[in-house]
Design a protein around this ligand. Structure first.
Ligand SMILES: NC(=O)C1=CN([C@@H]2O[C@H](COP(=O)(O)OP(=O)(O)OC[C@H]3O[C@@H](n4cnc5c(N)ncnc54)[C@H](OP(=O)(O)O)[C@@H]3O)[C@@H](O)[C@H]2O)C=CC1
Ligand SMILES: O=C(O)CCC(=O)C(=O)O
Length: 450
């Protein structure tokens, strides 16, 4: 306990005002106590002290011109956290809330997530406090080109391979790739999430959401249950949420609610995914437009729960899939879910549940899939994209999807077996944190003090 307390205090001193980062570190350190008790070498080798310090952090100016010729300046970030297991790997987030703490917590989580896949992946994360909402394609293109004009000198197919995250989808990856190619004259696998026409992998778009649902099904199967027939709440309505809902329908479950930054949509008959895709992937409109074609659905504005929680988690359902953003599910939300009979929480977003909410799920012993295990299908499929790029192959949808399912099963088995090994059977958070940590820590010890 002293060790955890001292580490967090020292981080507060050396990296002030980074509360999301402290939260992510504390959660991992809490889980590692049984491992440290058994294996003092990790403390003797100062693995934690080394792991919480990124190998490299880049912060840079991103100037760009809007369509009216006005100059804007954003802050760009890339954090290269840990390369013990492979090239730095992780997405880019373009959202006005992006700051050093958010990029750092995301990069820290990515260390353990990438290790859990069993693939050769180090950890990185990046982004900018740029808001693509309401911007024209030309403005987004100019922003991406300016961002890459600094980033290109730090990345490469065997050094650091960025991908998408919130606000960065296929379109942005296209503009970033185009600028990288122009600056370097190299056509190579420097980014993942590329279009299939120019070096992408089938299934990468769907992979994070599909992987979350595969993972949820493995947890339920282990408890002699299944997703079929379950009514589900899915927060968000972006890439991850949409593909969670798609796979839920394929497995016979019914997503009855989704949300966006403005509010929550509830449709008892089941969310009409073709309308959501049209609204969110093509037109980028608010969810209120859904009511034009479905008058029997309900919409609740975000402000309905200003202080103490989020409307979506107050709905009655069997399962919850938080797929929007960090800390979107708090203790009151967790209690409401449990009181309404929710049996499964499986996280698509990174660190969507607060520490107190997670404690509620674990002490209630419901099926709980922590984000760094459950949402690792995206980065794992990115590695499959890198493998195809490096070998100049193209695998079919079925081939990639089968590999994704195997990887998600491997992650579930690893987290579950590790939890049992440390006398916390069923605690996948503890199992995932220990298993991810152990793989990276052992590699760091063998590679010396670097
Ligand atoms: N894309 C990937 O492969 C991976 C993504 N993740 C994580 O999944 C989550 C979602 O990412 P992704 O689907 O790719 O992103 P998208 O940009 O495609 O979608 C994000 C969704 O979340 C909503 N949202 C974003 N910020 C907030 C906020 N502060 N409050 C409420 N709602 C919000 C957005 O609403 P609106 O439409 O109004 O903006 C949108 O519906 C993130 O936590 C990301 O880190 C994890 C692993 C891989
Ligand atoms: O595919 C990738 O590299 C990015 C995935 C990612 O950012 C994440 O897992 O949070």
């Amino acid at each position: 306990m002293d060790y955890i307390h001292n580490t967090i205090e020292s981080l507060k001193h050396s990296s002030p005002a980074q509360c999301e980062f402290y939260q992510a570190v504390e959660e991992v350190l809490d889980s590692l106590q049984p491992l440290f008790a058994k294996t003092p070498a990790y403390q003797q080798q100062a693995i934690i002290e080394r792991m919480v310090e990124p190998e490299r952090q880049l912060m840079f100016r991103v100037p760009w011109l809007d369509d009216q010729g006005n100059i804007h300046v954003n802050k760009g970030y890339r954090i290269e956290f840990n390369s013990a297991l492979g090239p730095y790997k992780g997405g880019l987030r373009f959202h006005p809330s992006v700051n050093a703490s958010i990029i750092k917590f995301l990069g820290f989580e990515q260390i353990f997530k990438n290790a859990l896949t069993g693939l050769p992946l180090g950890s990185g994360k990046g982004g900018a406090n740029f808001d693509p909402k309401g911007r024209s394609d030309h403005e987004i293109m100019r922003f991406c080109q300016s961002y890459m004009t600094e980033l290109y000198r730090h990345i490469g197919p065997v050094t650091d391979v960025p991908a998408g995250d919130i606000g960065v989808g296929g379109k942005e990856i296209g503009y970033l790739f185009g600028q990288y190619k122009r600056l370097t004259a190299r056509y190579e696998g420097v980014l993942t999430g590329k279009n299939i026409l120019w070096g992408g992998s089938l299934v990468r778009t769907e992979a994070t959401g599909y992987g979350v649902v595969y993972f949820a099904n493995y947890i339920l199967q282990d408890r002699n249950s299944e997703l079929k027939g379950k009514r589900c709440l899915v927060s968000g309505s972006g890439n991850v949420a949409i593909h969670v809902m798609e796979k839920l329908y394929q497995l016979g479950a019914i997503p009855v609610a989704c949300s966006d930054s403005k509010g929550t949509l509830y449709h008892q008959a089941g969310i009409d995914l073709s309308v959501i895709k049209q609204l969110k992937l093509h037109k980028r409109e608010s969810l209120t437009a859904y009511l034009e074609s479905h008058q029997d659905a309900d919409y609740v504005e975000r402000d309905a729960y200003p202080e103490d929680g989020h409307a979506i988690w107050r709905l009655r359902a069997d399962a919850a899939f938080p797929c929007a953003t960090q800390n979107e599910l708090n203790e009151d939300d967790a209690k409401a879910l449990l009181a309404n009979g929710c049996e499964l929480v499986c996280e698509g977003a990174n660190m969507p549940s607060t520490k107190q909410a997670v404690e509620c799920f674990i002490s209630a012993n419901i099926a709980y899939g922590p984000s760094k295990a459950a949402n690792a299908g995206g980065v794992a499929t990115s590695q499959l994209e890198m493998a195809q790029n490096a070998s100049m192959q193209n695998w079919s949808f079925a081939q990639v999807d089968e590999k994704l399912q195997h990887i998600m099963k491997h992650i579930f088995d690893t987290a579950s077996n590790t939890a049992a090994e440390f006398d916390h059977p069923g605690n996948l958070l503890l199992g995932a944190n220990i298993a991810g940590f152990r793989r990276v820590a052992d590699a760091m010890i063998e590679q010396g003090v670097v």
